[in-house]
Design a protein around this ligand. Structure first.
Ligand code: F6P
Length: 325
């Protein structure tokens, strides 16, 4: 039996639709199983400043369908310092919090892993990021909603692209991962996607332009994964220079991709992994992320979850190529 009595919960890094559903699930499953729940505000910042309060089931009423995170979130600089983490640990001890559930992406779970190792503390991660870049889980909380948001935006952009017979480069988020770009391109019927996973030695723009836009198609949409140097602007400028006959426009979707009500799929993922986090604590698991693979809840060591090489299904590139002729 685990000796854990009180569980802390926080959200960290970029917010993602479904984080509230995860907060609700951890809180309710925790209380159902006899634990006390304490909510930490503003991610690791709140651990350092002691911005912590007890949560009851009422605190999470009516939030399953809300976007963002009621706990607020932050990318904490303080937590990257030894002093900051020590202060965080001291606050956890003084608040009687024996285990911490961290809902966040790669950076947040890396922080959880280091903290767990440094203080021999029980940290459980939930995959909360729109990027879908955590290893060992088929999907992350927020990814499905964001993909649907992108598809809705692209459907609208297509109306104007077709009316004006233009090429549109639509830039989407994903940090270093192309899951959002590739899959939203397939789902919106875009003509191409430019993604980091396909960038080695290949000029993706040249490949696409050489393939030729079908004569009967006078407009097209290319989804571009965000990138500091080679985002949508870069490719639009290249087309303007290399193929001056085309009328080119850029649309950077930006943070609207992170907002909005979570999809049913994200709510279910958040609910099952939230319940899985409490189950993990009861089982005495430590320093794992709760994910889902083939519809089964799985426990992935944090050190594995944060790997940067989550497999990307290259068949999806072929799917898009064949269907965009
Ligand atoms: O990790 C989520 C994410 O939305 C990335 O896709 C994006 O690169 C980044 O966060 C943006 O971060 P911020 O909101 O701090 O600008």
């Amino acid at each position: 039996m685990s000796k854990i009595k009180t569980i802390g919960i926080l959200t960290s890094g970029g917010d993602a639709p479904g984080m509230n559903a995860a907060i609700r699930a951890v809180t309710r499953a925790g209380i159902y199983n006899g634990f006390e729940i304490k909510a930490v505000y503003r991610g690791y910042e709140g651990l350092i400043t002691g911005d912590i309060k007890p949560f009851t089931t009422e605190n999470v009423s009516g939030i399953i369908g809300q976007g963002g995170t009621i706990l607020k979130t932050a990318r904490s600089k303080g937590f990257t310092t030894k002093e900051g983490r020590q202060q965080a640990y001291d606050n956890l001890v003084s608040q009687g919090i024996d285990a911490l559930v961290v809902i966040g992406g790669n950076g947040s779970l890396t922080g959880a892993m280091l903290f767990a190792q440094e203080f021999d503390y029980c940290c459980i991660g939930l995959p909360g990021t729109i990027d879908n870049d955590l290893y060992g889980t088929d999907s992350t909380i927020g990814y499905d909603t964001t993909m649907n948001t992108i598809v809705e935006c692209v459907d609208r952009i297509r109306d104007t692209a077709q009316s004006h017979e233009r090429i549109f480069f639509v830039e989407v988020m994903g940090r270093d991962a192309g899951f959002l770009a590739q899959n939203s391109a397939i789902a919106s019927g875009a003509e191409a996607a430019i993604i980091p996973e396909d960038s080695t030695n290949v000029d993706q723009l040249a490949r696409f332009m050489e393939r030729g836009i079908r004569k009967s198609k006078r407009s097209c949409i290319v989804i571009v994964s965000e990138s500091p140097k080679c985002g949508a602007m870069y490719y639009a400028d290249r087309v303007r220079n290399e193929f001056p006959d085309y009328d080119v426009r850029v649309s950077i979707l930006g943070h609207l991709q992170r907002g909005g009500r979570p999809s049913a799929r994200d709510r279910i993922l958040a609910s099952s992994t939230g319940v899985g986090a409490i189950e993990a604590i009861i089982q005495g698991q430590r320093n794992i992320m709760v994910g889902v693979r083939n519809n089964e809840v799985v426990y992935v060591p944090l050190s594995e979850a944060i790997r940067s090489d989550k497999p990307f299904d290259k068949k999806l590139i072929k799917v898009l190529d064949e269907l965009s002729i």
